[in-house]
Design a binder for this molecule. Structure first.
Ligand code: FE2
Length: 426
C-alpha cells in the first residue's frame, strides 16, 4: 500500500487548498449554479416571452393551420372577462396572434390597454366599444358594432367591449402582441404604460364615425385603399377590381393608423385566383361562400402534384368564421367552388403597410412570389373543375388558352388588372 506523504498535512498546504476551494472552485461552481437557475436557462426551451405569457392566461390556445372561430372551445378569461381563447396558428410566425372572446348579453369585458395593435372582427351579436385616453376624467368615446363590423382599438388607449344585444356577442381580434412583447420581454411594460399616442387618437368624439373614412382609388402601390377606424359591414363593403387573377376584387384598409396590413377580398363564383407565397401572419377569416384553400410548402415546388408531392398539399374548407393562415412562404391558392360569390377579410397581422413600411416591408411582403396561370400545376384546375361540378355550380374560368392570353395582356398593362371586367366600385 502506498503511503500518503506527510507534507500533505502541512499548514502551508492546507492554506493552499483552502485558497483554491474558496477562491477558484467555489466561485466556478456558484457561477454554474447561477447560470442554471437564471433566465438564460429558459433560452434553451425556445418559448418566447409571449408564449409563456399566453400559457399563464388560463384559457385554451388553439394551434395548427386553420381554426373555426365560431366553434373553438372558450373558457372563462379572468384578465379580460367573458369566455375566451387564443388562436396562435403556425403561419402567424410569432409576429401576430388572434383571440376570440364571447360576452353574454348585458355584460362587458374588463378595461384594458396595451402597447400592441389590435383589430377586431365581430363574428356575432351587437354592442359597443368604448375607448378613452390615459388621463384623469378622459371621456369615453363609443363605437357601435354588429355582426360583420371591423374596427381598431387605438394603441394603448383604455377600451372595453359591451354586449348591448340579446344574444352572446363573439369578437375575434388579430394583434401584434407576440412581436411587441418579445422585443421588450416585459409584460408589465406592455400593459402598464401611461403614454397617449396622440397621432393615433386624441380623444376625439368622432373617432369611430365611418363618415371620417378616407377612400383612395386604385393605384399600383396600394390598390383601392380606405383609411378609417371602423368599417360597419364587411359583408357589404364595396370592393374593386384586383390583381390576383380572374374574378378577384378587393379593397385594402388601414385601421386605427396601424402598421398592420388588411383588406377585404371577394371572388366571383366558378373562378379562382393565382397561387402565391409570402411572409408571415396573413390572417384571413371567411365571411361567406363555398370554397377551399390549398396550401403546400415551398419545398414541394410550384407544381406539387406533377413533382410527386401531392401528399404535401393541405386543404382547408371554408365556412363563415373559419380562420386560415398560410405558413410562412407556403404556396397557397383560394378557390370559390360554389354558386355564390365568396368573401373574406384579412383582419390584420402582417406588419408594414403603405403608410408605415415597417422594416422596409420585409416582414409582410418578404420575397412575395406569384404562380402565374401558365406555370400552374394542371391538377389544380382539374380539382377545381371537379369541385364546381360536385357543387352544381357553373365554371366561369376561361379556357386555358384564353386565360393565358388574358394573363399576358394583364402583364402588358403593367397594372396587373384583369380585363374581363371594368374597374370600379360594386
Ligand atoms: Fe396570401
Amino acid at each position: 500500500m502506498r503511503r500518503v506523504s506527510a507534507h500533505f498535512l502541512r499548514p502551508g498546504f492546507k492554506a493552499l487548498v483552502a485558497f483554491m476551494v474558496t477562491g477558484l472552485i467555489l466561485p466556478l461552481v456558484f457561477s454554474q449554479l447561477r447560470f442554471r437557475s437564471n433566465k438564460e436557462r429558459d433560452a434553451w426551451d425556445r418559448r418566447s416571452t409571449y408564449r409563456k405569457f399566453i400559457e399563464k392566461e388560463g384559457i385554451p390556445v388553439h394551434g395548427g393551420y386553420v381554426a373555426d372561430l365560431n366553434a373553438i372551445e372558450l373558457k372563462p378569461w379572468k384578465r379580460k372577462g367573458g369566455n375566451g381563447a387564443y388562436v396562435f396558428l403556425e403561419g402567424m410566425g410569432e409576429i401576430a396572434d388572434a383571440w376570440v372572446v364571447e360576452v353574454e348579453p348585458g355584460k362587458q369585458t374588463l378595461p384594458q390597454r396595451h402597447l400592441y395593435e389590435e383589430q377586431i372582427l365581430v363574428l356575432s351579436g351587437e354592442g359597443e366599444t368604448r375607448v378613452w385616453q390615459n388621463k384623469k376624467d378622459a371621456p369615453k368615446i363609443t363605437g357601435h358594432w354588429r355582426k360583420g363590423s371591423w374596427f381598431a382599438v387605438p394603441l394603448n388607449a383604455w377600451h372595453e367591449h359591451v354586449n348591448t344585444g340579446n344574444t352572446p356577442a363573439r369578437l375575434a381580434a388579430v394583434t401584434t402582441a407576440p412581436i411587441v412583447m418579445d422585443i421588450f420581454h416585459d409584460p408589465n411594460f406592455i400593459f402598464g404604460s401611461d403614454h397617449n399616442f396622440m397621432g393615433r387618437f386624441t380623444g376625439e368624439n368622432n373617432y369611430y364615425d365611418p363618415e371620417n373614412a378616407r377612400h383612395y382609388p386604385y393605384d399600383e402601390t396600394h390598390g383601392a385603399l380606405t383609411i378609417t377606424n371602423l368599417e360597419r359591414n364587411t359583408y357589404m363593403a364595396p370592393t374593386f377590381l384586383g390583381t390576383q387573377g380572374v374574378g378577384e376584387r378587393d379593397r385594402h384598409f388601414i385601421l386605427g393608423d396601424n402598421a398592420m396590413i388588411s383588406h377585404i377580398e371577394e371572388m366571383e363564383p366558378g373562378t379562382y385566383q393565382r397561387g402565391h407565397r409570402h411572409g408571415p401572419a396573413s390572417v384571413i377569416v371567411e365571411l361567406y361562400g363555398t370554397g377551399y384553400t390549398l396550401m403546400w410548402p415551398q419545398s414541394a415546388g410550384v407544381q406539387p402534384f406533377a413533382s410527386g408531392n401531392g401528399d404535401k398539399v393541405m386543404r382547408a374548407d371554408w365556412r363563415e368564421g373559419v380562420m386560415v393562415v398560410p405558413p410562412v412562404q407556403w404556396y397557397h391558392q383560394h378557390f370559390p367552388s360554389g354558386s355564390t360569390r365568396a368573401r373574406w377579410v384579412r383582419i390584420g397581422g402582417r406588419i408594414g403597410n403603405t403608410l408605415y413600411p415597417v422594416a422596409g416591408g420585409q416582414l409582410s411582403e418578404s420575397d412575395r412570389d406569384t404562380v402565374n396561370y401558365r406555370e400552374e400545376d394542371p391538377k389544380i384546375r382539374e380539382i377545381f373543375e371537379e369541385e364546381v361540378r360536385k357543387n352544381g355550380a357553373t365554371l366561369r374560368m376561361p379556357p386555358r388558352e384564353e386565360l393565358l392570353e388574358m394573363e399576358r395582356e394583364a402583364e402588358r398593362l403593367r397594372e396587373g388588372r384583369w380585363k374581363n371586367e371594368e374597374p370600379g366600385e360594386r
